[in-house]
Design a protein around this ligand. Structure first.
Ligand SMILES: Nc1ncnc2c1ncn2[C@@H]1O[C@H](COP(=O)(O)OP(=O)(O)OP(=O)(O)O)[C@@H](O)[C@H]1O
Ligand SMILES: [Mg+2]
Length: 259
C-alpha cells in the first residue's frame, strides 16, 4: 500500500471498519478487548523487568488521552519515566497522520497495533535525535512495543511541572532557549517537534525540557515546514502573554535559512 493511499481519509475509515469487523468476528467485547491489550502491555513490562531495564514500577505520573506515564525504579535505583501508549486509543487517526509520509516507517503494515508500536518507536527515535544534538529532552532508554522508557525529569518527591503551571522567573531567557532548541532540532537533527506548547515542556531547575516527541517529523516530511511554523507560532503566542515580544517571520526565516 502506498503512503499516499494510506493518507487519505477514506482508507483510514475503511481500516477502522475492517478492524471493527475483525474484532466482532473474533467475538470479543470492548472490555475483553481492553483486557487483552492490557495483557500484552503487561507482558512488555515483564520483559522490561527480566531485562533489568526496570525493577519496580513506582506510581503513575500522568493519565492522558493517548496513554499513561509511570515512574519506575531501575535495579541501580535510578528513576525513569515509562510512557505507555494505549493500543485502543481513540486518537489513532491523529497518530497515523504523523506516521504517514515519514520515510523511516514506509514499510508499515496497516494493523492498528503495528501503527501504535511504530509510533512508540518513532517517539524513541525522535528523542534520540534531539538528545544527540544536546537539546534538553529526557534521554531515551528503551522502547518495546507500545512502551517507552526514558530518563525521569523531576525531583525525588515529584515530577517536573509543565511550563504552563510555572511562573517563569526569566521568561525572555526561557523563550530564547526554546527557540534555540527548535532551531537546533531543525538545522542539526532534521527534526520538527510538531506539538510544542506549554503542555509539552517541563520546567526542571529553571530549565525547559521538551517532551512528547511522537508527532515529530523529519525535514523531508511533506508538512514539516508547516509544522515548524506552527511550533514557532505557538511558542511566540504563549510568551507574548508574558510580555516577550518577537517577530515570527524573522525567526522562521532565520531557522529555515540556516539549513
Ligand atoms: N520524562 C518524563 N519525566 C517526568 N515526567 C514526564 C516525563 N515524560 C512525561 N511526563 C509527564 O507525563 C505527562 C504526559 O506525557 P506526554 O506529554 O509525553 O504524553 P501525552 O501523550 O501528551 O499525554 P496526554 O494525553 O496527557 O497529553 C507529561 O505532561 C508529564 O507530566
Ligand atoms: Mg503531551
Amino acid at each position: 500500500m502506498s503512503s499516499d493511499k494510506f493518507l487519505d481519509k477514506k482508507s483510514l475509515k475503511k481500516l477502522d471498519r475492517e478492524l471493527e469487523s475483525l474484532i466482532s468476528k473474533i467475538g470479543i467485547d470492548r472490555k475483553t478487548q481492553d483486557e487483552v491489550f492490557d495483557k500484552s502491555t503487561l507482558h512488555t513490562f515483564e520483559k522490561l523487568i527480566s531485562g533489568r531495564v526496570i525493577d519496580i514500577v513506582d506510581f503513575p505520573i500522568s493519565t492522558g488521552k493517548e496513554g499513561n506515564v509511570f515512574r519506575a525504579i531501575t535495579p541501580e535505583k535510578k528513576l525513569v519515566a515509562i510512557k505507555v501508549y494505549r493500543v485502543t486509543t481513540s486518537t489513532f487517526k491523529h497518530i497515523s497522520n504523523y506516521i504517514i509520509g515519514d520515510p523511516r516507517f514506509k514499510s508499515l503494515s496497516k494493523n492498528r497495533r503495528d501503527i501504535i508500536y511504530a509510533w512508540t518507536k518513532k517517539e524513541y527515535k525522535n528523542l534520540q535525535r534531539a538528545y544527540d544534538v544536546k537539546i534538553n529532552v529526557p534521554r531515551p532508554i528503551k522502547s518495546i512495543n507500545n512502551v517507552l522508557v526514558m530518563e525521569y525529569i523531576g525531583m525525588e518527591s515529584m515530577a517536573a511541572p509543565l511550563m504552563k503551571d510555572v511562573k517563569l522567573k526569566e521568561p525572555k531567557k526561557i523563550f530564547d532557549k526554546i527557540i534555540d532548541f527548535i532551531s537546533k532540532m531543525y538545522t542539526q537533527a532534521d527534526l520538527v517537534h510538531s506539538d510544542i506548547s506549554a503542555y509539552n515542556i517541563l520546567m526542571h531547575k529553571d530549565k525547559p525540557y521538551i517532551i512528547d516527541f511522537g508527532q515529530g517529523v523529519l525535514k523531508g516530511h511533506p508538512n514539516s515546514l508547516e509544522f515548524l511554523r506552527r511550533d514557532i507560532h505557538n511558542v511566540i503566542s504563549y510568551f507574548k502573554r508574558l510580555n516577550v515580544s518577537s517577530d515570527e517571520n524573522k525567526i522562521f526565516q532565520k531557522i529555515t535559512k540556516k539549513s
